[in-house]
Design a protein around this ligand. Structure first.
Ligand code: NAP
Length: 280
């Protein structure tokens, strides 16, 4: 039995599907707030992991836990203690490259660093996956692309190596099974650095359209996000890291290829896989 926190998230959903395809028993933890239904065959537990005491009984018989720091929040330390007490063997943490390659406001990287400290100090066999920005973050452009041929945003020159969620999920599942050994930190990125002009162009190529990115002043983008009702934390996190990636691109590693024994998926692959989301 595997227990997946943040099960409604981009990575959580892919990990659930993969484990189910492989015939494994899976428990998915979700607050069940407005998310799409979980795949058939998953045991769903509804609750808030910020206060995780309620989950103790469900940890019995669990082999490994996947931890999304966003979903566990301040409850992570207590969750790890409960897991140890119930005989869970492994924990796989979804962390971020910003822990080792700072970008954006330090408080966001600090949350991942703190989660890493808790997991690596636990008595569980741990794996830390430091993730680059997800290719799936580009879904935020879908409304603009459905409406026209120009994506407007800040810091067009900000460059990262976005990682395909399928690659993250495949590595995470193998780490949950203990295939890579214990006590390792893996930095997972896509295979190449792309700025926002190139990312938009590649989505256009997947759609058979000519799309372009138009740069706006960051303050204008920030006001637009707040006007849409997004909490301040979203523009704080996004614009802060883009500003830094415009000066110094995010990291690129070959770790996905080394761990999976095949090339990492490209952003172009991701755009083709997700083309329907950008069609009107
Ligand atoms: N996006 C990126 O580029 C990136 C890069 C590096 C690392 N990460 C990290 O990787 C992890 C997985 O990311 P993801 O995109 O797959 O998942 P996600 O959508 O960020 O969050 C996973 C789940 O956490 C729960 N959650 C979200 N906000 C919450 C809140 N304020 N309070 C309590 N629970 C909350 C939600 O679950 P329910 O509503 O179902 O309970 C959500 O489905 C996250 O911890 C994220 O910070 C993301």
């Amino acid at each position: 039995m595997f227990l997946i926190t943040g099960a409604g998230g981009v990575i959580g959903r892919q990990v659930l599907s993969l484990l189910l395809q492989q015939g494994s028993a899976v428990t998915a933890v979700t607050r069940g707030v407005g998310a799409a239904p979980l795949p058939h065959g998953v045991r769903a537990l509804h609750g808030d992991l910020f206060r995780p005491e309620w989950i103790e009984a469900a940890l019995e018989g669990v082999e490994a836990v996947q931890i999304s720091p966003r979903a566990t929040g301040p409850g992570l330390g207590a969750l790890l203690k409960l897991a140890e007490r119930q005989g869970v063997r492994r924990a796989v943490l979804l962390s971020a490259t910003t822990v080792e390659h700072p970008a954006g406001e330090a408080r966001f990287a600090a949350r991942f660093r703190q989660a890493e400290e808790l997991v690596t100090a636990s008595g569980l066999d741990w794996t830390v996956l430091r993730l680059a920005d997800f290719a799936a973050n580009a879904l935020a452009w879908a409304p603009q692309i459905r409406a026209g041929d120009v994506v407007r945003g800040a810091y067009g020159g900000a460059a990262t190596s976005p990682v395909h969620e399928t690659d993250v999920a495949e590595v995470a599942v193998r780490a949950l099974r203990g295939e890579f050994g214990a006590g390792a930190v893996h930095t997972l990125t896509g295979p190449g650095s792309l700025d926002q002009f190139e990312k938009v162009r590649l989505i256009g190529a997947a759609l058979g359209r000519s799309l372009s990115f138009e740069e706006l002043p960051p303050q204008q983008v920030r006001r637009g996000m707040l006007a849409q009702g997004l909490p301040e934390e979203v523009p704080d996190r996004l614009l802060g890291s883009l500003a830094d990636y415009a000066v110094r691109p995010g990291p690129t590693t070959g770790t996905v290829g080394e761990l999976l024994g095949r090339p990492a998926l490209t952003f172009g692959d991701w755009a083709r896989d997700n083309a329907p989301a950008f069609r009107g």
